[in-house]
Write a protein that binds this ligand. Structure first.
Ligand SMILES: C[S@@+](CC[C@H](N)C(=O)[O-])C[C@H]1O[C@@H](n2cnc3c(N)ncnc32)[C@H](O)[C@@H]1O
Length: 268
C-alpha cells in the first residue's frame, strides 16, 4: 500500500500518514485512500485531504471552507491565556474571524481544563466557516459558545459593548500583490481568510485597522486585545493603538523571531 502511494509520486512520510489515516483491516477503504492520494498529488494541502488537524490540545476538523490553523497561531493562544491570568473567574471572550474555531475554542478548552468556565462569542463573515467552527465546538463538547455571522463587530448585540474581557483575532493581513509571491498551496485556502486591502499606507492593513479601532468600544475596562499580524505591520499597529488610547501596548515575536503578536489593553 505504502509503495503504491510512493509510486504515485507522494513523499514517503506523507504516504505513511495517509495509509495510517485510511487504515482499514477489511481493505474496504482502499479506494478512499487512493482518492486521497490523488488529491494530495494534485497539490491539495494534506490537512484538507485528511480532514482534521491538531491545534494545541484540540483535533480540529478542517476543510477548504476554513484556513488551516498555523503553528504561530498556537503561540497566540498562550499569549491570550496569559492576559486572562489576573482576570475574572468566568471571562467573556470574543474570537473575531474564528475560521475553524482554532483560537477561541482552544482558549475555552484550556480554561476549562483549569476549571474556568468561559463564554465565547465566535464571529466570522463566512457562514461556511461558522459551520466548521460549530462542528468543532460540538466535537470537543464546548457548549458555552455562540456563533455570529458578522463583518467584525457589525452584527454583534450592542448589549455586549464594553463587556469583553478578551478579544482575540487572526484576521486576513496579506496584501493582494504579496499573495502572488507566496506558496501556491495557499491558493487552496479561502482567499477571504488571507487577503486584506491596503489601508493607512500599509499593505494588507484594512482589517487589522478596523479591529484595533473598533475593539475599544467592546472591551471592558482592563480587557485585552490580542491580534496576529504580519511582520511588516508591527509599527503601524502599535502607533494606531497608542493613538487610540490603549495602554500596555506590546508586540511580541513568534518562535521564528518575527513580530507577529500584538497585545494591548483597554484603560482600567
Ligand atoms: C486568517 S483566517 C483565521 C481563522 C482562524 N481564526 C485561525 O486562526 O485559524 C481569517 C478569518 O477571518 C474571516 N474574515 C475575513 N473577513 C472578515 C470580516 N470582515 N468579518 C469577519 N470575519 C472575517 C475569514 O472568513 C477567516 O475565517
Amino acid at each position: 500500500m505504502l509503495g503504491e502511494l510512493v509510486a504515485l509520486g507522494l513523499e514517503r512520510h506523507e504516504a505513511r500518514w495517509l495509509t495510517q489515516e485510511f487504515a482499514d483491516p477489511s481493505g474496504a477503504d482502499h479506494a478512499a485512500l487512493l482518492a486521497a492520494a490523488q488529491r494530495r498529488r494534485a497539490g491539495e494541502p494534506l490537512q484538507y485531504v485528511i480532514g482534521h488537524w491538531p491545534f494545541r490540545a484540540l483535533d480540529l476538523d478542517v476543510d477548504p471552507r476554513v484556513l488551516i490553523p498555523r503553528p504561530e497561531t498556537e503561540e497566540l493562544v498562550a499569549v491570550a491565556l496569559g492576559e486572562l491570568v489576573d482576570g475574572p473567574g468566568a471571562p467573556l471572550i470574543l474570537d473575531l474571524g474564528c475560521g475553524s474555531g482554532a483560537l477561541g475554542l482552544s482558549v475555552l478548552d484550556e480554561l476549562r481544563s483549569r476549571g474556568v468556565v468561559a463564554t465565547l462569542v465566535a464571529v466570522d463573515e463566512s457562514r461556511d466557516a461558522l459551520d466548521v467552527a460549530r462542528a468543532n465546538a460540538r466535537k470537543h463538547a464546548l457548549h458555552t459558545v455562540s456563533f455570529v455571522t458578522s463583518s467584525w463587530f457589525d452584527a454583534l448585540d450592542h448589549s455586549l459593548r464594553g463587556r469583553f474581557d478578551l478579544i482575540v483575532a487572526n484576521p486576513p493581513y496579506v496584501g493582494a500583490l504579496e499573495m502572488q509571491d507566496l506558496d501556491p498551496v495557499l491558493g487552496h485556502e479561502p482567499r477571504g481568510a488571507l487577503v486584506s486591502p491596503d489601508a493607512d499606507g500599509v499593505v494588507g492593513f484594512a482589517d487589522l485597522g478596523i479591529i484595533v479601532r473598533e475593539a475599544r468600544g467592546w472591551l471592558r475596562p482592563g480587557g485585552s486585545l490580542v491580534v496576529e499580524h504580519g511582520a511588516a505591520q508591527r509599527e503601524a499597529l502599535v502607533a494606531l493603538a497608542r493613538a487610540r488610547g490603549y495602554v500596555r501596548v506590546r508586540d511580541l515575536e513568534d518562535l521564528s523571531g518575527r513580530p507577529r503578536m500584538f497585545v494591548a489593553r483597554q484603560p482600567s
